[in-house]
Write a protein that binds this ligand. Structure first.
Ligand SMILES: Cc1cc2nc3c(=O)[nH]c(=O)nc-3n(C[C@H](O)[C@H](O)[C@H](O)COP(=O)(O)OP(=O)(O)OC[C@H]3O[C@@H](n4cnc5c(N)ncnc54)[C@H](O)[C@@H]3O)c2cc1C
Length: 317
């Protein structure tokens, strides 16, 4: 009998296993793939957000700001790449200026440290490659870039060293509750645990359905990227965002912890949680948006395109 069974070993399942493995508990981690960090954790923008986006007063706002403050030490403890380089959200119109004012106020209420509203000239002073059309920007010095799959791998490794049991190629196919414990069926074996935590990412709804009818529906949203050669890695020195919209945080241009430049993502609803196809239309949309922020971005320096799938739902975060 395990005390806690964790379904899924992306960055969330691995973080939970890492934390629980410090206690005197029998911890089991079940992952369907043949390695950890094979889901959304391996294909995203790799930004530790400052915390001005979430609605003030929500759990997400609180955890975003707390998590951002904890991340540097966590990465140092685990020897994971992390760079606190700050972010700029750009405004190109009076409408954008209003959005920047709103997210600045959100950020202040959420307790994000050091937020500053900048003019276009001030933003270009910090980031000379920005477009001449930028009229205002929100600067968030606490934003950072990270190696998200490195964090997941390091947390899983430490958890296993501390005694957690990781079972790869073990897809959970059924859950049954029996009073104070659960039976967990997988493609390879059956386990029993007092507590089960669903960390299945975009497939969390499928796992939820094994015990109850969910009150939400998952709307997988795919985002595609260009990863540019290190010769382009210093084109910008901050994470450069555009104003957020209903579709998400928009296309960014940012240096990575490894010295490359990442450009993307778009946002496109897809039917399948595993549909990570990169399409010409998605790359065109990313290229057009990125050039609006940083006209000199040279996408011929691309060494890799990839896409990740967000676990958007009919509920907000
Ligand atoms: C385009 C894009 C950009 C993003 N940018 C950022 C960003 O800059 N900053 C940020 O903080 N977040 C960002 N995110 C979100 C972030 O990547 C995710 O929130 C995070 O990776 C989710 O981790 P997870 O562990 O919940 O999910 P995942 O990494 O998907 O892990 C879930 C795991 O569960 C496993 N699994 C699923 N079903 C089962 C089953 N039945 N049995 C066993 N195992 C199962 C999967 O194989 C997978 O390994 C972005 C996401 C996308 C798509």
């Amino acid at each position: 009998m395990y005390d806690v069974a964790i379904i899924g070993c992306g960055v969330i399942g691995a973080s939970l296993a890492y934390t629980l493995s410090r206690y005197d508990l029998r911890v089991l981690v079940l992952e369907r793939e043949n390695d950890v960090a094979m889901g959304t954790t391996k294909a995203n923008s790799a930004i530790v957000h400052a915390g001005y986006d979430p609605e003030p007063g929500t759990l997400m706002a609180k955890l975003n700001v707390q998590g951002s403050a904890m991340m540097e030490q966590l990465c140092a403890d685990l020897s994971v790449e992390y760079k606190r380089i700050g972010s700029l959200v750009l405004g190109f119109s009076e409408e954008d200026r209003k959005t920047l004012g709103r997210i600045y106020e959100n950020g202040v209420q959420n307790g994000v440290p050091g937020l500053e509203m900048l003019t276009g000239e001030q933003a270009r002073g910090m980031e000379p490659a920005l477009s001449a059309d930028v009229i205002a920007a929100l600067y968030a010095p606490s934003a950072a870039v990270i190696d998200p799959w490195g964090l997941c791998i390091a947390e899983a490794e430490v958890a296993v060293r501390n005694g957690a049991e990781l079972r790869l190629r073990s897809e959970v196919t059924g859950l049954a509750e029996h009073g104070d414990f659960c039976t967990i069926s997988t493609t390879t074996a059956t386990y029993e645990a007092r507590y089960v935590v669903n960390c299945a990412g975009v497939d969390a709804e499928t796992v939820y359905r094994m015990t109850a009818e969910p009150k939400f529906k998952t709307l997988p949203s795919r985002g595609a990227y260009y990863l540019l050669d290190k010769s382009s890695g210093d084109l910008v020195s901050h994470v450069v965002f555009q104003c957020p919209s209903a579709a998400g945080k928009g296309v960014l241009v940012a240096p990575t912890v490894h010295g490359n430049l990442i450009v993307g993502p778009n946002a496109e609803e897809v039917r399948s949680s595993t549909d990570r196809a990169v399409t010409a239309a998605a790359l065109d949309a990313v290229a057009t948006a990125a050039k609006k922020s940083v006209p000199g971005v040279d996408l011929r320096q691309s060494i890799r395109n990839f896409a990740g799938v967000r676990a958007n739902t009919t509920l907000s975060d």
